[in-house]
Structure formats: C-alpha cells, structure tokens
Design a protein around this ligand. Sequence first.
Ligand code: F6R
Length: 247
Amino acid sequence: PVTVFPDEHVASAKVAQRIADLIRSKQQRGEMAVLGLATGATPVGVYAELVRMHREEDLSFRNVITFNLDEYFPMQPTAAQSYVTFMNENLFDHIDIDRKNIHIPSGTLPQEEIHDFCLAYERKIEALGGLDLQILGIGRTGHIGFNEPGSAPNSGTRLVTLDDLTRRDASRDFGGKENVPTKAITMGIGTIFKAREIILMAWSGKKAPIIKKAVEGEMSGEVPATYLQLSDNVEFILDADAASELT
Ligand code: F6R
C-alpha cells in the first residue's frame, strides 16, 4: 500500500510513532525489537522524532537491536562521511541503546574477510528471529540499501559496486565524485525481504520519477525497488511531492 502525507514532517512523525509502538509492545512482552535502519537524508526526521520521544516521553531503546543496511567500502568508522558517524550523530549518541546491540557493516575489513563477515551479518539477524521492521529510502537509480540495478531479488549481504548516479548524488558529502568510494557492503534484496514489515519512505519531487517506476512500473532488475511489489509487507510512505507522478 501507498500512504501519502502532506509533507515529510507529518510522515516522519508517523513512521517514528510506528517504531515507538513496536519497541513498547516488545518491551511489555519482555522481548527485543530488531530494527533494520537506513542512512541518508530521508530518515533524518524519523530519527529526530525518536530522539525527542526518548527525551520527552520516556521512550527507551534498551530492548532494541539494530542492523544498518549498508556502509561505504572502504570507509573508516570515524570518517565524517561514514554511516557509523551518521548513525551516531542522528540517533545513537542521543538514546539509551546498548552499544553492543548496534550492527553496521564494516568498512575496514581486509578483502579476504568480507565474504565471511557478510554471511555472519545474515546469520546474526536470523539468530535473533529476523528483522521486525526494515526502514528504507530509495536512490534515484531505484536502489534500496545499495542494491543497484542488476541486483538479484534473492541477493544477500555482499560487497557491491556503486552506480555512477549514486556516486554523483553523494559527491557533495565527499567534496567531489572522485572522492566517493566505488564500493559498499549492503544487505541484499533477499535480506530486506525477510523483514516482517518494510517501510519505504521518499520525500520531494526529486524522487517522484523513481517512485512512479517503483510502485507502478514493470518489475525488473533495472529498478531493484520494483521487487518490493512482490511483498505483502511493504508500505510506501510518501510526501505529496514524491507521490505527484503516481496515477
Ligand atoms: C542508505 C541507503 C540508501 C538511501 C538512498 C536514498 O542507508 O541504503 O538506499 O536510502 O540512497 O538516499 P537519501 O535519503 O539521501 O535520498
């Protein structure tokens, strides 16, 4: 289903409320909530709202385990552009999550350890009973996570090559496209699919053409997000501008 909100602030508050409800209902049952998280501009408002709920409404993250979708490769965790830095600044530094419950693909692995690391990432998620909820943005290539065009629907966590458009879109953060890493480690489309609930968010008219393809286009590896059409557990949460080309 597709839900359209007037603007990204209202939409972000709704998504944050859904996450908070999940965390609290798990808390009441003495269970852990396992969340799949995204970086980038899109989820910033959701994380800000979760931080506010932690400060003002006693929302605790003690029973939360997180798995981030992706990280550039190579990437030092302390670098300004790393997804570790992004998550710390936007969420983790401001809440009471146990640091050992945070998982982000490593950008510093020796080449020969990448394969085992990716398998272990999958196994950890499985051992915890799977992702309760996966949050997604969407790239202008149609990528989810860093599953670029050509990704298989059953793909797992792996090292991938970034699309040229994705590197161009990231060039501002890196002070030029030539400084954007050419690779990343990402959860696969198959990994994302196993989540019990998936929320894909998109804001602004810049995302309208790719949202039209993802929601209404023919399913194809050319636009990896179209694979989400196969799942019954996906909700597209859009602002009016991102939804403006939908029929
Ligand atoms: C980030 C990720 C990417 C972004 C996508 C949109 O962890 O997996 O798929 O969600 O590139 O980026 P923004 O939100 O910056 O437009």
